[in-house]
Design a protein around this ligand. Structure first.
Ligand code: ATP
Length: 264
């Protein structure tokens, strides 16, 4: 189903997004809306085009066609800096931090940048409290476990003053305990700050439990969009994941290597 024209009731509005790598069409005619204050999940089997979509929205890949609007304003240049200026912050599937710096350094550097751009990011201490990082502020990030560093990345994204955050597979590499901690941190963050999230994720249980709406891609095309209950019930989605419409819920990839969890 096609959506109507994008509007400023959405933090992010993507229309007709198409990305080609040479002659290969990796993403074709995809529409995504992230309404203010909501969490939208972007899912699909391996190679479906999720990362490509995400990278096109974040300015890392130039789309062949389509438009990206952030807070009702069209983003015209395809580079990460323009995306940030438009109001997008992101986290990465492979955590990208400055390994010799502390948790506080990451947040303060991002806040400084935000203030320079006349934004009003939350206070650093508020961010630490919301994301469960109190007591870890002066730790060098290289000494922290992966689950905690995902929260540091999120803290940095919030500290940029951007209210639209793109998260690329936040559960990747996390064990069950860390995933649960991440989920409660996100819930706390959404309850206390006015944020809108677009999350690419393979962990079905996680995304079905946290997203308001889910967009499903397969072979670069959008095959479904709906609430978690609708996606759970969709035969098209089951078929895409399992090649069998009679199978039970679409499930996540095999569990990742456990990582020692601690955010306290
Ligand atoms: P995964 O869940 O495995 O990360 P994905 O849904 O994120 O997959 P993409 O990484 O976006 O999928 O890839 C979509 C398609 O585009 C795949 O067929 C992939 O091989 C292809 N592709 C991705 N990046 C490039 C590139 N730089 N050059 C050519 N083809 C690419």
């Amino acid at each position: 189903m096609k959506l109507v024209e994008g509007s400023a009731s959405c933090a992010l509005s993507v229309r007709g997004l198409t990305v080609r790598y040479g002659g290969f069409v990796a993403v074709e005619d995809v529409d995504i809306d992230v309404p203010y204050g909501q969490v939208v999940g972007l899912i699909g089997p391996n190679g479906a085009g999720k990362t490509t979509c995400f990278n096109a929205i974040g300015g890392y890949v130039r789309p062949s066609k389509g438009t990206v609007e952030v807070h009702g304003v069209r983003v015209r240049s395809s580079n990460p800096r323009s995306a940030w200026r438009a109001g997008i912050a992101r986290t990465f599937q492979r955590v990208e931090l400055f390994w010799t710096l502390t948790v506080r350094d990451h947040v303060e550097l991002a806040r400084r940048l935000a203030l320079k751009r006349k934004r009003t990011p939350p206070e650093a201490d508020e961010i630490f409290k919301i994301l469960g990082l109190v007591g870890l502020e002066d730790r060098v990030v290289a000494t922290l476990p992966l689950g905690t560093n995902r929260l540091v990345e999120l803290a940095r994204a919030v500290a940029t003053g951007s209210t639209l955050i793109l998260m690329d597979e936040p559960c990747s590499g996390l064990d069950h305990v860390e995933t649960t901690l991440l989920k409660s941190a996100l819930e706390q963050m959404l309850a206390e700050l006015s944020l809108s999230l677009l999350i690419v994720e393979h962990d079905m249980d996680f995304i079905l439990s946290i997203a308001d709406t889910i967009v499903v891609l397969n072979y670069g095309k959008q095959i479904a969009r709906g609430t978690p209950a609708e996606i759970r019930a969709s035969q098209d989605v089951r078929r895409a994941y399992l090649g069998n419409a009679d199978a039970s819920d679409p499930k996540a990839e095999p569990e990742a290597e456990p990582v020692r969890a601690s955010t306290s």
